[in-house]
Design a protein around this ligand. Sequence first.
Ligand SMILES: [Fe+2]
Ligand SMILES: [Fe+2]
Length: 252
Amino acid sequence: MHQLPVEGLADAQAAMQQMSRMLDDLRALYAQRNAALREARRAQQDAMLRLALAAESRDGDTGRHLLTMGFCSEQFALCLGLPPGYARQLRLAAPLHDVGKIAIPDAVLKKAGPLDPQERLTMNAHTTQGAALLADACSDLMRLAAEIALTHHERWDGTGYPHGLAGEDIPLSGRIVAVVDFFDALTMDRCYRKAFTIEQALEQLRAQAGKSFDPQLCECFERHLDRLASVRAYVDRHRLQLTDLIDHEPCI
Ligand SMILES: [Fe+2]
Ligand SMILES: [Fe+2]
């Protein structure tokens, strides 16, 4: 068998070692690049959630509603058989549904009594204000948040706002968040009333199926009620924080 001369063998080994070092360097660079990308993505998501918290705290909320909105919208999307990647995006985007409230004057946002027609119009503009705030976003996540901000008060029967969209013309994200928001609001204590029980809230949801909400979504929500209604208890039990919306696994 043909054999390399001794110097030739040494050269080949040196070349192999150099190649191996270059590969190690490339691997390290690749890992560093991925870590930097992950960090940039986390920073963007963190900033988005803090913007949501800024808007929500003007309304006197501590962020608990944002957590439930995020985790429950994700669970609901999973119950609907939507892809886990989309469900996770929804977890991060749903908390921004009311981000437009940041632009609503205190005199309207914090008014104790009922709103007059002009004030009602101002309040309803939190949908378009939120969408404008997130407009021309450079990420799919932000675009989803803008879609939700704009459409979460549209109604299945076409009598919602801001555009009076009806049925499946309302983006699915807006239809999902509308149901979750309604249920979470009803089952929370308010300064003017005690929280509804799960059964009472379910009655209200049934009554709005085909009116405010997509009837198929209402039916799915009811079928998975135990799982969906326990999200808030999970959030409390595990003392989840805003950043858990970025890092945590799906609840339950
Ligand atoms: Fe809203
Ligand atoms: Fe809400």
